[in-house]
Design a protein around this ligand. Structure first.
Ligand code: HEM
Length: 509
């Protein structure tokens, strides 16, 4: 009995001590948060809604009410000017709109991608996701080594050789749309273009043939969407995982990441076997990914994981943003018949009745390029990027101390009257070759060394799909469509761009 009393007293004291230590740790943390506030409070910004959680409740409320946080960022940019700060626990986010600073930071390799976002993309809910792949690597040397090896798969020579594949996959969409037009059923454009771009990346990057437009049972589109949803919840709500009501979804996200990674394991293994047997394999992204991981003889577990990081990076980065751009573009063309008419006329002049669009034809589709650029101005499907400040900088006369995370939002600056007159008006003439180029206020593919590797790939693909669509079909939005934006980290049209499609009179199948 005495022994039990002794154990109980010991446990009670240990518990008491634990509470005291916890309390003390919390107190120290609060002092640290106060220090951070003092360090950055000279930078303008909206008032904190919570002393500890900062502006985070505003994000949570906006997302809960189905609003767009980027519109809140835009409103604050209009109110607070070239630079403003937000707090989130001990983290400080500094929004930079000033074009000079956008240039200074993004064009330099001195500022790494920020740790906060990197940690949440490296793995999601304990399951490795993008790891140290090309888009997320923070260490400059590690990133540079990968980029140098993967670059050849995006050279203009190599891209030129992909024109045939772009044509062939886009042709599958045209067949599907012809069927929809004949049956007079509705075309869910976002879903359709999503399947085409996935089809393309799987073929071009990994050499695999899947019938994504026909076989709707394939799990990849859903897995990608689940990963994106997980990404946004994991980054915008640091406590998401702790709430029991979210545990089922957390498991779904983990399973989706696992599916992509296990698919990567299988496809990489097959390619390695083909390489070993001396087969004639394409010099595609998969081959480059394998090369970037190191020598076969001394490949470590981390090398294997690293290849999967890049596999998932290309699976996600190489498809969804392009599909969303196409869907927004179709939506805006349907809303602006005079733009559609002009784009159709250009396609008729350059391509005529040809089925195979050549690389040189693409260069001649100048107005279509303008339309695609204007689409990304109003709807930058990857809305921004972030960097960690490794040293103090001065933005518009305001000193921003090192340690903060700087956010650069193409969504915000592209929609500011200060940079674009009537910013919400869809006007491709802004990008006329003779018009002045926007000065560091339009960067849908980011800028500088960490800018999008797939920019030319994506715009070639988008042009082939749009040119064929404009060549063959008239399309109109079904009544009652929403023009709102859905935010999944990347932006997509909330209404899904549901259209009626009819054959153009002059074009017979
Ligand atoms: C309309 C389509 C696309 C848009 C708007 C877009 C936008 C972007 C942006 C803004 C970044 C920088 C991200 C950041 O700093 O966090 C980026 C990076 C990247 N994108 Fe894209 N992207 C598109 C299509 C593609 C495609 C088709 C591919 C591959 C086939 C691709 C591959 C990459 C890669 C590998 C990176 C990381 C580059 C690096 O850090 O070295 N993207 N993209």
């Amino acid at each position: 009995m005495a022994f039990l009393t002794f154990i109980f007293t010991l446990a009670w004291h240990a518990f008491g001590l634990f509470i005291v230590v916890l309390f003390f740790a919390f107190l120290c943390y609060c002092v640290y948060v106060k220090y951070i506030h003092l360090k950055y409070d000279h930078i303008p910004g909206p008032p904190r809604e919570s002393w500890l959680f900062g502006h985070s409740p505003i994000f949570q409320r906006t997302m809960k009410n189905d609003g767009l946080v980027h519109d809140v960022f835009l409103e604050w940019a209009e109110r607070y000017g070239a630079v403003y700060k937000l707090n989130l626990l001990h983290h400080v986010l500094v929004f930079v709109i000033c074009p000079e600073t956008v240039k200074e930071v993004l064009m330099s390799s001195k500022y790494p991608k920020d740790l906060f976002l990197h940690t949440r993309l490296f793995s999601m809910f304990g399951q490795r996701f993008l790891g140290n792949g090309l888009a997320t690597a923070r260490n400059h040397d590690q990133w540079y080594k990968q980029r140098r090896i993967i670059d050849p798969a995006f050279s203009s020579l190599y891209l030129r050789s992909l024109t045939g594949t772009f044509n062939e996959r886009a042709e599958r969409l045209m067949t599907k749309l012809a069927d929809i037009a004949d049956k007079k059923s509705e075309a869910r454009m976002l879903e359709l273009v999503n399947r085409v771009t996935l089809d393309v990346i799987i073929k071009v990057a990994f050499g695999m043939d899947l019938e994504l437009l026909e076989d709707t049972s394939l799990p990849f589109p859903k897995a990608i969407e689940t990963c994106l949803q997980g990404m946004i919840l994991n980054t915008r709500n640091v406590f998401f995982r702790l709430h029991p009501k979210n545990w089922a979804f957390v498991e779904e996200v983990r399973a989706a990441c696992k599916l992509l990674r296990s698919t990567g394991t299988e496809w990489i293994q097959n390619r390695k076997l083909a390489l070993q047997s001396g087969a004639d394999v394409p010099k595609d992204i998969l081959t480059q990914i394998i090369k970037s991981a190191g020598k076969e003889e001394n490949m470590t577990k981390e090398d294997e994981e690293f290849m999967l990081d890049n596999f998932v990076t290309f699976f996600i980065a190489g498809q969804e943003t392009t599909a969303n751009q196409l869907a927004f573009c179709i939506m805006e063309l349907a809303r602006h018949p005079h733009v559609m008419e002009k784009a159709q006329k250009e396609v008729d002049d350059v391509i005529g009745m040809k089925r195979e669009i050549s690389y040189d034809d693409l260069g001649k589709l100048v107005y279509l390029s303008q339309v695609l650029k204007e689409t990304l101005r109003i709807y930058p499907t990857a809305p921004g990027t972030s960097r960690e400040l490794v040293e103090d900088i001065v933005v518009d006369g305001i000193r921003v101390p090192a340690g903060a995370t700087c956010i650069f939002s193409s969504y915000v600056s592209s929609r500011m009257e200060r940079f674009f007159k009537n910013p919400l008006e869809f006007n491709p003439d802004r990008f006329h070759p003779d018009s002045p180029k926007p000065y560091y206020c339009y960067y849908p593919f980011s800028l500088g060394p960490r800018s999008c590797l797939g920019q030319n790939f994506a715009q070639m693909e988008a042009k082939v799909v749009m040119a064929k669509l404009l060549q063959r079909f008239d399309f109109a939005l079904m009544p009652g469509q929403s023009f709102d934006i859905r935010d999944l980290g990347t932006l997509r049209p909330k209404g899904g761009v549901i259209c009626t499609v009819t054959h153009r009179k002059h074009y017979c199948q």
